[in-house]
Design a protein around this ligand. Structure first.
Ligand code: NAP
Length: 286
């Protein structure tokens, strides 16, 4: 299982555990030396896909914090060219809130700032952070398609979408990836057909909050069935829930967040966990 998986139809391959870099830049962020160490441990452990967004920061005055940090860390490690950094646009952080703005003008402005903060001429994967209820999805994707034509981004991804929105977006431009909240306790993307649609259309599915989310990951250790599977395999509950996602399809790339070295060290080992049919059935029912 610890072989690389295809990154949609891009021709690239990645280790099937990515790094969700958000916790490195929120108001609970670690100091910069620790953040760089988390990225170093991930990359040296074979990780080569990092998920970020312009809005992984404290508020509107801090936009780009996460992208600048990742760029700085990868340059320091001499790994800038070896690691895929996927970013997003379409939200804002006024006073620390998470608001949506996926207007063509805002997406263009955000993308140009991300190009600057990541110090690159072309972003490999640019994801629409969320559809904007005030803007037709075709207009948002239309602007991303223009950025692609101009060579500013290579591939378009979606986030926080349903099957209808995926189909609509695909009428405007090819879609490389879909990133939705999905974990063993929140299976909506399985139940609504998003994960199956991605497989059918050769789209990478990226579960965000794959170990339960920024706050709710602590609920994992409260689950008795999960704890007993983890004890049987002599690994953490985190490794088990990541392994469950990996066993659900080779088009699935979980991006667990980590602000501690111990978390990312543990998560990278999820690729070595082999779950049996009984484990999978029990986890499916959680
Ligand atoms: N597209 C979207 O709208 C969206 C929304 C949310 C998140 N995301 C992306 O998805 C990524 C992951 O989501 P998330 O960070 O919110 O939630 P998550 O990955 O489900 O949980 C992250 C938290 O779990 C803890 N954790 C992870 N592995 C652990 C382990 N092995 N042992 C102990 N604790 C562990 C980490 O603690 P420590 O911090 O103490 O290491 C971390 O803060 C984000 O970083 C971001 O890139 C996208």
């Amino acid at each position: 299982m610890n072989t690389q998986i295809p990154l949609g139809n891009s021709g690239k391959q990645v280790l099937p555990i990515g790094l969700g870099a958000m916790p490195l830049s929120l108001d609970t962020r670690p100091d910069e030396a620790t953040a760089i160490e988390v990225i170093r441990v991930f990359v040296n452990g074979g990780g080569n896909f990092i998920d970020t967004a312009n809005v992984y920061c404290i508020d509107d005055n801090d936009v780009g914090h996460n992208e600048k940090l990742i760029h700085k860390a990868l340059v320091k490690l001499g790994k800038r060219e070896d690691v895929i950094v996927a970013t997003k646009g379409g939200l804002t952080r006024p006073k620390g809130r998470w608001d949506t703005n996926a207007s063509p003008a805002w997406l263009r402005k955000s993308c140009e700032k991300s190009l600057n903060d990541l110090n690159t001429e072309c972003i490999f994967l640019y994801q629409l952070h969320a559809p904007d209820p005030d803007i037709p999805l075709t207009e948002s994707i239309g602007e991303l398609a223009r950025l692609k034509e101009e060579g500013k981004i290579q591939h378009i991804g979606l986030s926080n979408v349903n099957t209808r929105e995926i189909m609509t977006a695909m009428t405007v431009a090819p879609i490389l990836s879909v990133q939705n909240r999905c974990n063993v306790l929140e299976k909506k993307s399985f139940k609504t057909g998003v994960v199956d649609l991605c497989e059918k259309e050769n789209i990478l599915f990226i579960p965000h909050s794959p170990v339960g989310g920024h706050f709710d990951h602590k609920k994992l250790s409260e689950s008795k069935p999960l704890k007993s599977i983890a004890d049987k395999h002599r690994v953490s509950v985190y490794r088990i829930v990541l392994a469950w996602l990996l066993h659900k399809g080779s088009h699935i790339l979980p991006i667990p967040g980590a602000s501690k070295v111990s978390s990312i060290t543990d998560n990278l080992k999820a690729v070595n966990v082999r779950l049996d049919t009984g484990d999978m059935m029990a986890l499916d029912q959680l």
